[in-house]
Design a binder for this molecule. Structure first.
Ligand code: A2H
Length: 257
């Protein structure tokens, strides 16, 4: 965990189709009938959401579906996040946590969600080893163009779909999207850094920590948006504007921990 409070943007990825395993786990559950269910992903880089290619869960992490401040919307995330949200006006009443279903990450893999701003109309839920149950919501939205962790994981999944128990087509045609241009690493910062640093897998933790640092600094201080509503603006300028745009469209909520 970081040293101080972290200001996240929680992106609402609307479930468009649950995987058969999820549906089996939810069979007969009356509480979810007629409700919109969102997988909620905490990010520090809302300006990168144009480049979402999938959503990550930890296969052994326990998730729940929770009532929210809106009667027709349910959030899928860890119970820990639901408890924090209950004190940030994101639950039915202050401090109240209402869980309507229990799920395990592996049951969610293969589900399809709509990722706001993404160039892909819908994306798949896939497994990532390093998702922490103790940070954010336990759901990570994946932007392989700008996050070395996401790119390295996507490479693993493309190389070994059987090992990760996924269908190749859940990721094969979802290429990283150029969304930010930087002088040092071009318009695909994470793939460029991973190639330069010979990072081949999400297991290369030491190298990935260095790449993450370099990508974050170059993207934030020197990046220019090359896609979407803020194209032409610097990342520093675009970040709060895109965050607000997502919140105004009901596609995100502010969240701190
Ligand atoms: B970021 P910090 Cl493009 N477990 O979003 C592991 N990682 C998690 C997580 C969890 N439970 N919850 C959030 N994260 C990731 C975008 C992004 C992110 C880009 C580049 C860098 C980056 C797309 N993924 O983060 O420890 C989320 O990934 C690198 C810092 O609180 C979130 O932002 O600093 C970031 O880690 C939060 O990490």
């Amino acid at each position: 965990e970081g040293v101080g409070p972290q200001d996240y943007t929680c992106i609402k990825l609307k479930v468009v189709e649950f995987a058969p395993e999820t549906l089996a786990a939810l069979a007969g559950n009356k509480e979810i009938e007629g409700k919109q269910i969102f997988m909620v992903a905490a990010t520090l880089r809302p300006e990168t959401m144009y480049g979402q290619t999938n959503c990550f869960v930890g296969v052994d992490i326990k998730y729940g579906i929770f009532k929210t401040h809106k009667s027709d919307e349910l959030f899928l995330m860890t119970e820990r996040a639901a408890r924090n949200m209950a004190y940030q006006n994101l639950s039915p009443s202050n401090g109240q946590v209402v869980k309507v279903a229990d799920l395990v990450g592996r049951q969610l893999v293969g589900s399809q969600v709509k990722a706001p701003l993404s160039v892909y109309p819908s994306v798949y839920v896939l497994p990532m080893d390093g998702v922490l149950a103790t940070k954010g919501t336990g759901v990570v939205t994946s932007v392989p163009s700008d996050s070395p962790d996401d790119y390295a994981t996507v490479m693993d999944l493309k190389k070994k779909p059987d090992y990760y128990k996924i269908q190749p087509e859940w990721i094969a045609s979802f290429d990283p999207v150029p969304i930010i241009e930087t002088p040092a690493y071009g318009n695909l910062v994470a793939p460029t850094l991973c190639a330069q640093m010979k990072i081949a897998s999400q297991k290369d933790k030491t190298q990935l920590a260095l790449a993450k640092d370099a990508a974050y600094k170059d993207g934030f201080y020197n990046g220019i948006m090359i896609i979407g509503e803020m194209a032409g603006k610097s990342v520093q300028e675009a970040k709060p504007l895109i965050r607000q745009l997502l919140i105004d469209r009901n596609d995100a909520v502010p969240y701190n921990e």
